[in-house]
Design a protein around this ligand. Structure first.
Ligand code: ADP
Length: 190
């Protein structure tokens, strides 16, 4: 099964992606982690990406596609993938669809993790204190939420039109959210 996890910063995509992939034997592809690994490796590509990440802007589509597409297509030939943090824009979704359709790698389920802004900001500020991620400052958090609202949130309607989207309340405990997602995956698979 192939699953997309879409949600604003702080909605728990990374945590849930790892749990759901583990429970279902799927490959977890965490796009933010892939990008941060490039930055940490200090490659020329990483230097370029760092500028976007530190400002809370989306990384360029071409670079994101280069990192994500081969992994997702390969995983789809096995048990499937849980993609967290992709797509983040209509352009990425269209591009992904073009690649996935002929490869039979399309998602069967799109989970939209929903939480009010106050909850998201509180979680991100708590993470900032704990982990010190370079984009978890107050201003950059605010900007990431704006980028999400403008570029990514419209994907809910995009995938609803395809009959794939399900909204999950992301304000529950991590266990509650995992259970809700697994219930949707089980329903989809049967
Ligand atoms: P969050 O959702 O909290 O912002 P992520 O780790 O998913 O955390 O993403 C961190 C950053 O990585 C984003 O702000 C963005 O700069 C970049 N990024 C992640 N996914 C994508 C994507 N699909 N397209 C472009 N940039 C991305």
């Amino acid at each position: 099964m192939n699953i997309l996890l879409i949600g604003p910063p702080g909605s728990g995509k990374g945590t849930q992606g790892a749990r759901v992939a583990g429970a279902l034997g799927l490959e977890h592809i965490a796009v933010g982690d892939l990008l941060r690994a490039e930055v940490a490796a200090r490659t020329p590509l990483g230097e370029l990406l760092k500028r976007h990440l530190d400002r809370g802007e989306l990384a360029p589509d071409e670079l994101v596609m280069q990192l994500v597409a081969p992994r997702a297509l390969a995983a789809a030939t096995k048990n499937g993938y849980v993609l967290d943090g992709f797509p983040r824009s209509a352009a990425q979704a269209d591009e992904a669809r073009k690649l996935a359709e002929p490869a039979r790698a399309r998602p069967q389920l799109v989970v939209y993790l929903d939480a009010p802004e106050k909850v998201l900001v509180d979680r991100l500020l708590a993470r900032a204190r704990a982990e010190g991620r370079s984009d978890d400052t107050k201003e950059v958090i605010r900007h990431r939420l704006e980028v999400f609202a403008v570029a990514t949130a419209p994907l809910l309607a995009y995938y609803r039109d395809q009959g794939l989207a399900r909204v999950v309340d992301a304000t529950g405990s991590p266990d509650e959210v995992t259970e809700a997602i697994l219930a949707l995956a089980t329903a989809e698979a049967s």
